[in-house]
Design a binder for this molecule. Structure first.
Ligand SMILES: CC(C)(COP(=O)(O)OP(=O)(O)OC[C@H]1O[C@@H](n2cnc3c(N)ncnc32)[C@H](O)[C@@H]1OP(=O)(O)O)[C@@H](O)C(=O)NCCC(=O)NCCS
Length: 151
């Protein structure tokens, strides 16, 4: 049974309570397993990014951030879904929301560094791998891109 109708994808305004809850999820899913914490540099960069979260009954279940690289290009970062709620299309909804926001804001290309192991998720949703894998935050990643649909 899907729990999707209970879930909304909304902006987590920088500095807000939703942003802080999203940060906690990011840290738990993307940094703790690597025995790392979010760096002061990453946190400082957050002010330049757009943040979204998936929320259900006040609980943040997923998070994603967008960083403008130039006039045409957005980098999708920090995609994470709570472990106990994976496979419910929360990640797909966050990605679609991020893409719609990017398109509406005039961006034409989304780029991201997919963790090896998560690249199948992005491929399923229209992203193509580019180049060779590389190490980032101590683990292998691969660059992936998607042209944001026009019209
Ligand atoms: C990757 C992640 C965001 C996916 O979120 P999710 O909500 O579980 O994914 P969804 O339910 O929206 O899946 C959408 C589709 O992608 C597929 N998919 C999900 N994770 C996948 C994976 N790791 N590899 C291949 N396919 C995957 C699903 O089967 C589904 O396919 P379908 O369209 O045929 O039904 C989530 O597993 C996660 O947070 N992982 C840990 C953090 C991480 O690796 N983040 C990415 C950093 S680059």
């Amino acid at each position: 049974m899907t729990k999707e109708p209970d879930i909304a994808v909304i902006e987590a305004v920088y500095g807000s309570d939703l942003y802080r809850l999203s940060l906690r999820l990011r840290e738990t899913i993307l940094r703790k397993p690597l025995e790392m914490t979010l760096t002061p540099e990453e946190l400082a960069d957050d002010v330049t990014r757009q943040h979204f979260c998936a929320i259900s009954h006040g609980v943040v279940l997923g998070t994603v951030s967008l960083k403008p690289l130039d006039e045409a290009t957005l980098q999708l970062k920090q995609m994470a879904v709570a472990e106990h709620r994976r496979g419910e299309r929360i990640g797909a909804r966050l990605l679609a929301h991020a893409e719609d926001w990017g398109h509406d804001a005039g961006f034409s290309l989304m780029v991201l560094h997919a963790r090896i192991g998560a690249e199948g998720f992005y491929a399923r949703l229209g992203y193509a791998a580019e180049g060779e894998p590389f190490v980032e935050t101590t683990i292998p990643h691969i660059k992936m891109t998607k042209v944001l649909a026009s019209g």
